[in-house]
Design a protein around this ligand. Sequence first.
Ligand SMILES: Nc1ncnc2c1ncn2[C@@H]1O[C@H](COP(=O)(O)OP(=O)(O)OP(=O)(O)O)[C@@H](O)[C@H]1O
Ligand SMILES: [Mg+2]
Length: 167
Amino acid sequence: MALLEVKNLVVHYGKALALDGVNLRVEAGELVGVLGPNGAGKSTLLKAISPAVPSRGDIVFNGKPLGGMRAHEVVAEGICHCPEGRRLFPELTVLKNLQLGAYLRRDKDGIAADLERVYALFPVLRQRGRQQASRAGRALRPRRGEPGLPARARPHGARGDERRARP
Ligand SMILES: Nc1ncnc2c1ncn2[C@@H]1O[C@H](COP(=O)(O)OP(=O)(O)OP(=O)(O)O)[C@@H](O)[C@H]1O
Ligand SMILES: [Mg+2]
């Protein structure tokens, strides 16, 4: 059974068709990248899974259909959409932003251990914290245990113009 299976996904923005029958299969332990030119629909695909935009088609995670679920319910299933840009809560400290990634969890020891893991990956967060790095930390801890699915646009934080400059 696939960890994530997307079948025939269709997304419209108003009358504009953004995704026209997208299929995607992610096995547990796989790292999958979705490539395409600007405007191809990569972000829309992640937003449909989150869901931050409505879609038609089937999205099944760990054997469970996500159709009809709201965003917080999808997070509870173990999917964390790490959006591009600095979609943080700038009025909160870096620590509070990190802790938000575990807001569904109650295992204090596990949360503390995961926070140490995030600090090991991004030591600067322990000192002062850079917001761009803390968005990665948030996606690492959607829920206790495995499997989980951190879904992230632009893993290296590249801006569109930087990417366009590449061959
Ligand atoms: N909020 C919106 N309203 C209307 N159209 C949108 C909206 N967001 C995206 N689109 C359109 O949907 C299509 C897919 O856009 P999307 O942002 O998913 O592409 P992308 O592959 O992530 O592009 P990029 O590489 O620039 O991030 C594009 O034609 C875009 O103009
Ligand atoms: Mg995008």
